[in-house]
Design a protein around this ligand. Sequence first.
Ligand code: ZN
Length: 417
Amino acid sequence: MVLRVDSDRMRADFEALAEIGGTPEGGVARTTFSDAHFEARAWFLERGRAAGLATRVDSAANHSVVLPARDPEARTLMLGSHLDSVRRGGRYDGALGVLCALEVLRSVQDAGLELPLALEAVDFTDEEGTLIGTLGSWALTGELSAEILAAPRGGRDLLLAELERVGLSEHDLLSARRDPASLAGFLELHIEQGPVLERADTAIGIVTGIIGSSSFLIVFEGDARHAGTTPMDARRDAALGAAAFVLGVRETVTRDFPGCVATVGDIAIEPGSFNVVPGRARLRMECRSLDAAELDALEHALAVRAKVAADQWGLEVDVQRAGRWDPARTDERVRAAFTDAAGALGLSTMELPSGAGHDAQALARVTPSGMVFVPSLGGVSHDPTEHTAWKDCVNGANVLLGATVVLARSLQNGSII
Ligand SMILES: [Zn+2]
């Protein structure tokens, strides 16, 4: 018999969770350590307790609901995602994965199944990067370092202020590492956040790997001069370097790195007025690849491109790295378990890479990990209109449940990567 989750229970919980930090536009605003974020995390633990499950909060504030195994020494199969959101987020990103993980634990318990591994549904801290990005999963896997803490994505001042406000220290974050030998694997359900599954009319995506990304702050320096009195041939216009670089990024990627993407997502021109030649341009650029060596080469090529643009317009340029997430391959056994579980439910599947970063990216470095995607309506995500049909959510939860039961048995004695 194929085990199934309780769709009504899960739906009621989904609706209740979406109310926490809910916005008039129908999305959620639950940035890391906001009141709504804390409320959602407390609600999650309470739902676990209400089901008679154990709970834990580690020193990186990762929140977990646990279904222990009979053997207290048993390793743990983790499932989960994140309850934080971007500023104007949707209801599904992260939250659906945490809820489905909780529902899997409840369904295993309800069925009276005794599995040889503990099951842990986890809500990782700051996946979306209000402070650092995948902070909780990096802390848990030991990837968080003093170097990362020194230059966090949201700025060092914000990180320190927020940690102090919520009673955490950098030492706490660095102490949250779990011994990989205690983990048997990690499974994450997530909305696709792209249009591939919907276009292919496919219920379940089996993620082959999670794309790596690097982000950079790039500053072109010229001279701010009077826009009326400075001849065109006597200018060092920083905006021209920025413009040449933006076009150059696109040319380099499309010509030399098919399959990769790169984006200049922000340009700030200084001093920023009608009548002053721009003296400085600050750019935020990121690039992504599924392969670590290719990502290295792409980073290098884009840095060279910045230098070429600067030379072309007589400028100085400074390129600083602001973050790097290595690409990660998912585990073959986990992919097979998802495929088999979907097959047993009569659901269509396809394999696809993840173009977005996820907590599974960190976990994949220390334990067999995999991800299952469910379709996103119109491919929309990080927006209040983000939507996944409820039947697709339930299908995903059932695949997660089926794979969990199989993997809890097969990974019991499996060796760590
Ligand atoms: Zn997410």
